[in-house]
Design a protein around this ligand. Structure first.
Ligand SMILES: Nc1ncnc2c1ncn2[C@@H]1O[C@H](COP(=O)(O)OP(=O)(O)OP(=O)(O)O)[C@@H](O)[C@H]1O
Ligand SMILES: [Mg+2]
Length: 164
């Protein structure tokens, strides 16, 4: 599947446990400086998926809370995660102000809910995850990124499947 010059993988229709596990697996393929943009309607599983990533990075997932009001949460796991919700941020400038110092360091992983507006600024540097509400207990996920980045992440998903 191709969207512009990005490649996409369909991750299927997942229940909550599978969605969390997918986040956990993907965590193994993340590198410092990765920017992950999570897109999907309210309640589609963006924060739940973030819990999976954070768990995969060795933190207790209960540390993950929705950053809607705090603007940015920081989780210090095997890699540091900066978790942002752009939903309430008035402008792209405001989001950049919050991220400014952290982006300069490039030594964390950035997870941005409702961050699709930021995509044009990062060009192909982002990993996009799309969440669709299927029914009360299932969400459809797809992940898109530049070919080499997607291959890096895809390898984790393949390896995890083989081990199962
Ligand atoms: N398959 C599933 N995957 C993820 N969450 C699920 C699933 N099925 C049901 N849920 C429920 O849907 C809700 C998802 O909430 P979550 O906070 O992760 O969404 P969100 O996309 O971050 O929402 P918001 O846009 O408000 O930040 C939770 O209450 C969770 O229990
Ligand atoms: Mg959320």
């Amino acid at each position: 599947m191709e969207k512009g010059n990005e490649l996409c993988i369909d991750l299927g229709i997942l229940n909550q446990e599978e969605l969390t596990q997918t986040g956990e697996m993907i965590a193994n393929g993340l590198s410092e400086g990765d920017i992950i943009i999570l897109s999907g309607e309210i309640g589609s599983g963006k924060t739940t998926f973030t819990r999976g990533i954070v768990k995969g990075l060795g933190c207790d997932p209960v540390v993950v809370t929705s950053p809607t009001f705090t603007l940015m949460n920081v989780y210090v796991c095997s890699k540091t995660v900066f978790h942002i919700d752009a939903y309430r941020l008035g402008s792209i400038d405001e989001t950049f102000q919050i991220l400014e110092n952290e982006l300069e360091d490039e030594d964390g992983i950035f997870i941005i809910e409702w961050g699709e507006r930021l995509k044009e600024f990062f060009k192909n540097e982002v990993i996009s995850v799309y969440f669709e509400h299927v029914d009360e207990s299932h969400r459809k996920l797809s992940i898109c990124a530049r070919k080499d980045v997607l291959e890096r992440i895809g390898r984790c998903l393949e390896i995890a499947k083989k081990i199962e």
